[in-house]
Design a protein around this ligand. Sequence first.
Ligand SMILES: NC(=O)c1ccc[n+]([C@@H]2O[C@H](COP(=O)([O-])OP(=O)(O)OC[C@H]3O[C@@H](n4cnc5c(N)ncnc54)[C@H](O)[C@@H]3O)[C@@H](O)[C@H]2O)c1
Length: 256
Amino acid sequence: MNLSQTKAIISGGASGLGYACAEHIINNGGQVTLIDINQQAGEQALESLNTKLATFFKADVSSETQIQQACEASRKFSDGINVAINCAGVLAGGRVLGREEPMPLAHFNSAIQVNLVGSFNLSKAAANLMQHNDADEDGQRGVIINTASVAAFEGQIGQAAYSASKGGIVGMTLPMARELTRFGIRVMTIAPGVFLTPMVAGLSDDIKAALGASVPFPSRLGEPSEFARMAEHIIENTYLNGSTIRLDGAVRLEPK
Ligand SMILES: NC(=O)c1ccc[n+]([C@@H]2O[C@H](COP(=O)([O-])OP(=O)(O)OC[C@H]3O[C@@H](n4cnc5c(N)ncnc54)[C@H](O)[C@@H]3O)[C@@H](O)[C@H]2O)c1
């Protein structure tokens, strides 16, 4: 599948890595449904994309019903879905034994609900529609791309909840890919290092400079367009399936 044939649904599409994927797909002639919990950011993203090839649907990825409705809206908009990209995510940082009190379970659970359950919800609802697509010459009907993090492998102090949620995404990649082979649907995960998106832009300049300097090569933060090009390669290369790819300039995060 090439990008011009892509009918994508992208969670977290209003910002950062999800928006970069949307922009890249549209610039190459594909169609995109952005889904995001932030209505204002979604409308702004749509305005910036300035194209009839994109639409926005407000939905919370942790809601099974809202995501089913979003997938149905996307199917109607593009006459089908063949790519789902899970980019919605929250950091939910905090120590297990915080200064004031132990981490409330609700805080831990918020990372799991958005990052892990949200990725499951969209993957499941999109796959349910993809299974009815016509197969290409390889028998392929769709591609699911998840976004984990290098924190799935070497989470820092304060990332117990985030790392657990991202580790869950890495863990479900292979079993989901194995199960969906019978429908010709591939499942891949990208584990980014540190990328310059609104999630990171809010950090102080000193911290951003230190983060960039900690990357062995190239010694800088990742560009969202580099993430989008990795997503493009996954969409186009049918032989990629069931794996997690680190996209991180060889960074290995220190404990803090
Ligand atoms: N930026 C990085 O350095 C980095 C590194 C590793 C992993 N990631 C992961 O990449 C993904 C994208 O991150 P980003 O940097 O683009 O962040 P971002 O904050 O720019 O974008 C995330 C988007 O997700 C949306 N969102 C949050 N909760 C949602 C919900 N419940 N339902 C629907 N939408 C929701 C937000 O409104 C936002 O538009 C996240 O999963 C993040 O954990 C980012």
